[in-house]
Design a protein around this ligand. Structure first.
Ligand code: DGL
Length: 287
């Protein structure tokens, strides 16, 4: 095993949603050392312009690079849509986004050739999912739907109930006249609303639909690529070290994150200013 193998993998998201991806990486690669960065001071990215998202993602990548990571996972769909190429050009380590892995899964899964993509305004406007899917399977009929109200609903913990159901029914109504059999949850927060989204697709006259999210597919892509490069931390019999950095620590944040994502953050969560990457030092901790 090389020294590189024991270096951490960096995982970055606009906020807490990327913990769904981190959870999947932990399950797939338990021995890996991981550093999570949530840009909670600047969340949400989903309604921002491409240039702004690229700048934020570049700040985040610079911070994580200063921690000597061996690979970077851009867990945020909006950042993957707008900033992946920029980050790949700037960094000399493998950089993984969350769009290609789940697009590959969806393209092979769909029988009818009709796939819906739910995402933030930015992700849908970028066309990144549509392009990834059509590159894989030009015969596909892709139905992109921006669902900007779903992130606040998930963060508020409104995972079911009348309001959430009404919002979903309205967003998904255009699918009623389609043969969609595969729905991509193209945003870190949407797996949290999986049951409500499944209820909304079940209420439509669709073929049997499957909901796919990026977390599992991305962790597989990371495992495969790092395995091929010979830099997996396989020798470790004990669970890897996990560290969490946040650019803001809102009240109740840790409780909410632990409740939603099943990761223990307490005692490991540090507050960091990534706009000043020259210092790149934690300014306070929750310990
Ligand atoms: N992480 C974002 C994404 O997956 C959702 C939250 C946000 O808008 O920042 O697109």
């Amino acid at each position: 095993m090389t020294d590189t193998a024991t270096q951490p993998i960096g995982i970055f998201d606009s906020g807490v949603g990327g913990l769904t991806v981190m959870r999947a990486v932990i399950d797939r690669l338990p021995g890996e050392n991981l550093i999570y960065l949530g840009d909670t001071a600047r969340v949400p990215y989903g309604n921002r312009g491409a240039e702004t998202v690229r700048r934020y993602a570049t700040n985040a990548a610079a911070f994580l690079s200063s921690r000597d990571i061996k690979a970077l996972v851009v867990a945020c769909n909006t950042a993957s849509a707008f900033a992946l190429e920029t980050l790949r050009q700037r960094l000399s380590i493998p950089v993984f986004g969350v769009i290609s892995p789940v697009a590959r899964l969806a393209a092979t899964h769909s029988d009818t050739g009709e796939i819906a993509v739910l995402g933030t305004r930015g992700t849908i406007r970028s066309d990144a999912y549509q392009q990834a899917l059509l590159n894989l399977r030009p015969d596909l009929n892709v139905h992109p739907i921006a669902c900007p109200l779903l992130v606040p609903l998930a963060e508020e913990g409104w995972l079911d109930g009348a309001v959430t159901d009404q919002v979903l029914a309205r967003y998904l109504q255009p699918l009623a006249s389609t043969e969609v059999d595969t729905v991509i949850l193209g945003c870190t927060h949407y797996p949290i609303l999986r049951d409500a989204i499944a209820g909304a697709t079940d209420a439509l006259p669709l073929p049997k639909t499957t909901l796919l999210d990026s977390a599992h597919a991305t962790s597989e892509a990371v495992a495969e690529a790092l395995g091929e490069a010979g830099i997996l931390n396989q020798a470790s019999a004990t669970p890897g070290e996990r560290r969490f950095f946040l650019t803001d620590l809102p009240d109740g944040f840790i409780d909410t994150a632990e409740q939603f994502f099943g990761c223990s953050l307490r005692g490991d969560c540090e507050h960091i200013d990534i706009t000043d990457t020259t210092s790149a030092a934690a300014s306070s901790t929750t310990e």
